[in-house]
Design a protein. Structure first.
Length: 419
């Protein structure tokens, strides 16, 4: 049985429909049942004390900005501060963090036991029944905390029906953006966070090397993606995404619906990432199946030079937008663009990363936020030639007092993409 037959058989066994989406987004595997090649064996999850310090930092930011409380719903911010992983639905589950004192959870009555199972540290939980208004409960919490009026900050991804419900429940509080608070915490990663991201990146790179050695002529993007995800899982990571763009599909940053098969001399552009205890990797590689053409090599080398310029520019104190500017300016000297036009770099240079695959802030024109220690970004320039092919090279970095440090080494060449 060859690799393609084996992969097809595995896909048939593990999927009930088109593609094994359930497996791609599977939960973290049981860490008590580690395999011999599991790379997460030394991974240390974020502890309760660090989460408590995050809450305290958020409260200090509130005091500095004269904000009385912060509201958030289920999502990555809730994970960040409390450790609770919860699916968003029409039923509100969230947290109120007051400027002073302990935070309070709000959740449906029947969810309380499960919420408590997930909490990184003990906290008050207030519950509501199906006929009751959970947003009235939020305003009651504020009142009990002696916050009878003032500013209630709302985490930036909180859905409108929640904001609307709070406003209807009370007109005594001014609802404002919570960006200064949540970004003021989440943008600056601790050593513990960076360590988890390093392990996630190591897993993704090792899975890539396996795929590179095992792809075969005629494979579909789905078959290659499946191989990547399965190897990632075997190494201990939770696959988050595994995009495979073959041939002309690589000319479009997020691909095309037109069917593609791996062919001799064709471009392979992969963009993959996984998570380890919530923290993510995001790596892109481009190479050819067989010997590259002169144009493919030239475009690849130009794209990589942009990646190197980004690393050279990303110094402490530099506005994040300047990193994008430096790369885009160079590409224009090589005949690409101008600006976002193709052939050229049609998207921003990079994005923040952490618990979410995309977090504020971005390497994008006009972003004035100065780079600071603990910030983490993708560095992913690409050159896209519609109708032909594209090249994207992506590695993530974190900022230190001495400048940027890479989680993974840059791809060496189009002939030797993984070293």
């Amino acid at each position: 049985m060859n690799k393609r037959t084996l992969i097809k058989s595995s896909m048939a066994l593990t999927a009930n429909s088109i593609f094994p989406i359930q497996k791609l987004f599977a939960k973290e595997q049981n860490k008590d049942n580690l395999k011999a090649d599991d790379m997460t064996i030394n991974a240390v999850p974020i502890g309760s004390e660090e989460r408590k310090k995050r809450v305290k930092k958020a409260q200090n930011i509130m005091k500095k900005n004269n904000i009385d409380a912060l509201l958030m719903e289920a999502g990555s911010a809730l994970i960040y501060f409390t450790g609770v992983r919860w699916r968003r639905s029409e039923r509100f589950t969230g947290v109120v963090i007051p400027r002073e004192g302990d935070l309070v959870f709000v959740t449906p009555y029947f969810e309380e036991p499960t919420i408590r199972e997930n909490m990184a540290f003990d906290a008050e939980v207030r519950t509501w029944h199906e006929h009751e208004n959970p947003f009235k409960m939020v305003t009651d919490i504020l009142k009990d905390k002696s916050i009878n009026n003032g500013k209630l900050a709302v985490e930036e991804t909180t859905r409108h029906f929640i904001v609307d419900g709070i406003e209807e429940a009370s007109n005594k509080h001014e609802l404002i953006s919570g960006n200064d608070i949540t970004r003021g915490c989440r943008m600056f990663k601790s050593n513990a966070e960076i360590n988890l991201m390093q392990i996630a990146n190591n897993i993704t790179m090792n899975a890539y090397r396996y795929v590179y050695q095992n792809i075969e002529l005629g494979m579909s993007p789905q078959e290659i993606s499946f191989m990547m995800s399965e190897k990632t899982r075997e190494l201990g990571g939770t696959p988050k995404f595994s995009a495979v763009l073959l041939n002309e599909a690589s000319a479009y940053p997020h691909g095309t619906k037109q069917p593609q098969r791996l062919k001799k001399g064709g471009i392979i552009l992969m963009d993959s990432g996984c998570s380890v205890y919530d923290y993510q990797s995001d790596i892109s590689r481009t190479w050819t199946f067989g010997y590259p053409t002169k144009k493919q090599r030239q475009v690849w080398n130009t794209a990589k030079r942009g990646q190197e310029l980004a690393l050279d520019t990303a110094e402490i104190g530099v506005p994040a937008g300047k990193v994008d500017d430096a790369v885009r300016k160079f590409y224009e000297t090589q005949g690409y663009g101008p600006d976002y036009k193709t052939p050229g770099l049609s998207h921003r240079l990079g994005h923040g990363i952490g618990i979410d695959g995309h977090e504020p802030i971005n390497f994008v024109r006009g972003e004035k936020t100065p780079l600071a220690k603990g910030m983490c970004f993708s560095n992913e320039p690409g050159i896209y030639i519609f109708g032909e092919f594209g090249v994207r090279l992506e590695d993530c970095l974190y900022m230190t007092d001495d400048g940027p440090k890479l989680f993974t080494e840059f791809s060496k060449s189009i002939d030797n993409p993984f070293g």
